[in-house]
Ligand binder design. Structure first.
Ligand SMILES: Cc1cc2nc3c(=O)[nH]c(=O)nc-3n(C[C@H](O)[C@H](O)[C@H](O)COP(=O)(O)OP(=O)(O)OC[C@H]3O[C@@H](n4cnc5c(N)ncnc54)[C@H](O)[C@@H]3O)c2cc1C
Length: 399
């Protein structure tokens, strides 16, 4: 019995290790196009840029750990095709590898900017360790860095760069920071941290063209022109689902799976950020978070072994900026009424639906409330607003 896993990132590594824990006999091949052994990406826009050599959370195992676990890790190997008819994958060098079951864990790539001048070498994106090293090597005091996009990655890079002495301008076409995942109150707190540190935030500002000049980049935006030495484009991620689509597997901005990671083909599974997972509500959702790459492979490994452990966790992710930790739990639909539960600098912002049920929460430096809030959201019971918002009432009393 041989399982081939395409993509040696976080979800690929987790699937391989969990599978080995469940099945001592099976042959496991983990194929990755990067030169690096698997690693977790969150430190790339945080500690790595700030010069930390061995950041907590990188989770990079020694290469020998794979030998010990009898996981055949093949690095620098890009898979170029899947033939589900003959149950084989084709590597870039032409070699074909047979599988009994296949896991696609190819993650996502940074979305490019489809405008003139974007192919200049001073225009960068950030997805891999190699990208982080290239960016880190260029961040120096006085460098004029423009960041396209005020999402999680763009703002983390802006925070690191200003701390390294760069002059940073963030260009965002929306009207506030991290609008996709936090309510307005939280956006304005995050914007305050950035402005206090000297980051220039320009909202309602769409990049329209880049003119590469010898001495600098001239950036044309809907809000005027600016000069920059470097532009980091951080405008989202695109799932690497082409292999699946070309193999005839159902894809819709990500590979469609059930809660156990099964795709539309019985021998093929998908894990991590490339998967669009069926949720308990019946909707399919694709998550761009560490949590899903870490925990959804549990469901995949079990399904590969014929047992069921459907993935149904509440969504959670975090960002770290200027020493503040922001945790984002649950739903962020527009219909929610966002209320503050604050105690000094620590706060939880709770999103209540029309029936008074907490559907989502954003915590600033208040990780201790994450566990009770998860329980409260999962329970889905209406709770009295007064008690919910009183910081002297511990949330664990309400779950
Ligand atoms: C800079 C950055 C910061 C982040 N910070 C946070 C954070 O603070 N909090 C949070 O919750 N999440 C964060 N994330 C998101 C989180 O890291 C990702 O969701 C997670 O890495 C997804 O894991 P994955 O294994 O699905 O994909 P990936 O980690 O992208 O791994 C996929 C691997 O597959 C390889 N691959 C692709 N195609 C092929 C092919 N054809 N053949 C062989 N190999 C292939 C890729 O090169 C890659 O190595 C961050 C992401 C980035 C990029």
């Amino acid at each position: 019995m041989r399982t081939v896993i395409i993509g040696a990132g976080q979800a690929g590594r987790r699937t391989a290790e969990l599978l080995r824990g469940l099945d001592a006999e099976r042959e496991i091949l983990l194929l990755g196009e990067e030169a690096e052994p698997p690693y977790d990406r969150p430190p790339l826009s945080k500690e790595i840029l700030l010069g930390e050599e061995h950041p907590r959370g990188l989770m990079q195992r020694d290469i020998h750990a794979y030998e010990t676990q009898r996981i055949a890790l093949l690095l620098g190997e890009r898979v170029e095709g899947i033939d589900v008819g003959t149950a084989r994958v084709a590597k870039a060098d032409g070699e074909r590898i047979a599988f009994d079951s296949l896991v696609i864990a190819t993650g996502a790539r940074a979305r490019g900017l489809p405008i003139a001048g974007a192919n200049d070498p001073r225009v960068l994106t950030l997805r891999s360790m190699a990208d982080a090293r290239a960016l880190s090597a260029r961040l120096r005091p006085g460098l004029r860095l423009a960041v396209g996009g005020a999402g999680l990655i763009g703002l983390e890079v802006a925070a690191a760069a200003i701390q390294l002495g760069c002059a940073v301008t963030v260009l965002e076409m929306g009207d506030r920071a991290m609008a996709r995942c936090v309510p307005e109150t939280i956006s304005s707190r995050i914007e305050t941290w950035h402005r206090a540190a000297g980051v220039v935030l320009k909202f309602g500002c769409r990049l329209t063209a880049i003119e590469p000049r010898r001495e600098a980049l001239r950036l044309y935006t809907s809000g005027g022109e600016i000069e920059a030495d470097l532009l980091l484009v951080a405008i989202g991620a695109v799932p690497n689902d082409e292999l699946a689509r070309e193999a005839g597997i159902a894809v819709e901005d990500g590979i469609l799976t059930d809660a156990s990671g099964r795709t539309s083909h019985p021998q093929v599974f998908a894990a991590g950020e490339v998967a669009r997972i069926r949720r308990p509500s019946g909707r399919h959702v694709r998550f761009e978070t560490w949590q899903v790459a870490q925990h959804q492979p549990v469901a995949v490994a079990h399904a590969l072994c014929g047992t069921e452990r459907p993935y149904a966790e509440l969504p959670w992710h975090w960002t770290d900026q200027f020493g503040h930790n922001v945790q984002i739990l649950g739903a962020h639909s527009s219909g929610l009424d966002w209320l503050l539960r604050a105690e000094g600098e620590r706060l939880s912002c709770l999103g209540l639906d029309a029936d008074g049920r907490v559907q989502g929460a954003v915590l600033i430096d208040n990780g201790r409330e994450a566990t009770p809030l998860r329980r409260i959201i999962a329970a889905g019971k209406p709770l009295g607003r007064q008690r919910l918002l009183d910081p002297s009432v511990p949330l664990r009393q309400l779950c």
